[in-house]
Design a protein around this ligand. Sequence first.
Ligand SMILES: [Zn+2]
Ligand SMILES: [Zn+2]
Length: 252
Amino acid sequence: MLPADMPVLLALLIVSVVTSAFVAIRYFASSGLFAWITQRTRPGLYADRTIQIRKEIRWSLIATLIYGAPAGMIFWSWNHLGWTRLYADWSAYPLWCLPLSVALYLFAQDTWFYWTHRAMHRPALFKRMHGVHHDSRPPTAWTAMSFHPLESLTGAVLIPVLVFIIPIHLAMLGVVLTVATIMGVTNHMGWEMFPRWLVHSPLGHWMITASHHERHHEEYRCNFGLYFRFWDHLCGTDRGFSPRMVAEKAAA
Ligand SMILES: [Zn+2]
Ligand SMILES: [Zn+2]
């Protein structure tokens, strides 16, 4: 992709900038899409939030650099040095390893997020970092990446570490990133897109959707998970769904 004789530092700078640009495009495409759907289906929901949304976009753009730089460097080292356990050959491992790797990455991300998120709610860290995310009251589709840069750093390091430990096909890494993007946006957009029967089903008992994460933004001291309710259930921090969203869904 880049000339083999290019100085390493220059190559790393270029891949970091290009990857950050991709992360920014992904943010605008995903948050923009769900903000547009929100506007179409719930006109006026974000009507008085122009200043809040501007701030969310500013923090998110800084986050795109923090997420993009290590991801770009990892990709470059895989491509040029053969480091990491990323692979592109479909026959490198048995096919059942494909879904297993996705599940392991999502569980690892969820576990890392749950414990760092709980730590972020300690007063000192909340004041210095995590308060930025909770300045969105209530959150919107643009809140998904709205974090203080130091908090973004805690989120950005995990996958670059995992790719050195757990083998994953490039396409499956794409699946993990797609799930992360869509759930990050939809869990913040202020309304529940899944039907009531699913949210209140055994699957909804273990999966996090907007109704669950909204309650975290309402009450702060509960519902710390990212994708799954496993750690919240295990540690007694699960308080169920946002009463506002449950009432809205029932009325609909
Ligand atoms: Zn949130
Ligand atoms: Zn929080």
